[in-house]
Ligand binder design. Structure first.
Ligand SMILES: Nc1ncnc2c1ncn2[C@@H]1O[C@H](COP(=O)(O)OP(=O)(O)OP(=O)(O)O)[C@@H](O)[C@H]1O
Length: 268
């Protein structure tokens, strides 16, 4: 990234809206999991979502990623309405999500695990190019390897590239999952409890990694987490959910001082 790109990204941050939801409501039979949720995420912004169990955080993610359709409300990505788009079309538009439970391919190297995440995009040149190892195929292969190494670099895993994924520590494995999610440069990344089960030192590394990711790519990040100190330190803005509603939002300092949030969630 050049300095002028970094400057313009900084200027865009907090101004240009990437994701917007309006009146998002979702019912599962008699349960209302989301109630009129209005969310905005700017370009290169990190937004944390916290709230007690059952607050609707995962349901919010699922409806943004397109896994479930909202009962009411609308969603826009970069000004284009995506409310009715299926998950694969939203993925193509640049939305990626990680899951609480991950499934790396243990016997493949870290590099190949990340490469496998790109496979769905096709090798280029089609079957015959693959079979004959045509120059076009080899060029594309090289470009993809470079893309993978870029993702591993952001995630601090270049030194582990050749190791089987099964040998990684839990913190490294979590960052490999992140590398798989960012390898084709998403615009909006939805991270579902990325630090659960990690030790404090690994949580700090993970926080530094997503900061590096945002700085290097301008990616926006929406983050669901139970680890409140991590969310408070990693996020530009925090949304607090309870019973399907957003009951508070603002900078981490504003949220921490909000009496409604303190009474409802932070236990103060
Ligand atoms: N597929 C479903 N069918 C019926 N009810 C559901 C379904 N998914 C979620 N719910 C309900 O919707 C509400 C919100 O659940 P959700 O999983 O989004 O909460 P959460 O904030 O992510 O909780 P947690 O922190 O425990 O993951 C809960 O009452 C839950 O029981």
């Amino acid at each position: 990234m050049t300095q002028s790109e970094a400057v313009s990204r900084e200027a865009a941050r907090g101004q240009e809206t990437l994701l917007r939801t309006e009146g998002l409501t979702l019912r599962f039979g008699g349960i209302t999991a989301l109630r009129e949720i209005d969310v905005e995420v700017s370009v290169a912004e990190i937004v944390g979502v916290i709230g007690p169990n059952g607050a609707g955080k995962t349901t919010l993610f699922d409806s943004i990623a397109g896994m479930i359709r909202p009962s009411e409300g609308r969603i826009w990505l970069d000004g284009r309405e995506i409310t009715r788009d299926p998950a694969h079309r939203r993925a193509r538009a640049g939305i990626r999500r990680t899951f609480q439970r991950q499934q790396p391919i243990g016997w493949l190297s870290v590099e190949d695990n990340a490469l496998a995440a790109l496979e769905g995009r096709g090798g280029g040149g089609g079957f015959w190019a693959d079979l004959l190892g045509l120059p076009s195929r080899r060029r594309i292969e090289r470009a993809r390897r470079e893309q993978v190494m870029g993702a591993l670099e952001v995630c601090g895993l270049v030194g582990e590239a050749r190791r089987p994924a099964a040998e990684l520590s839990i913190g490294q494995a979590r960052r490999m999952e992140l590398a798989r999610a960012i390898v084709d440069r998403p615009r909006l990344l939805l991270l579902d409890e990325p630090t659960s089960g990690l030790e404090e030192a690994e949580v700090e590394i993970f926080a530094a990694t997503i900061e590096a990711l945002r700085a290097a790519t301008g990616c926006s990040i929406l983050l669901v987490e139970h680890d409140v100190p991590f969310v408070m330190s990693a996020s530009d803005r925090v949304l607090v959910m309870q019973e399907g509603r957003v009951i508070g939002s603002g900078t981490p300092a504003e949220v921490a001082a909000d009496p409604v949030v303190r009474a409802a969630y932070l236990g103060a």
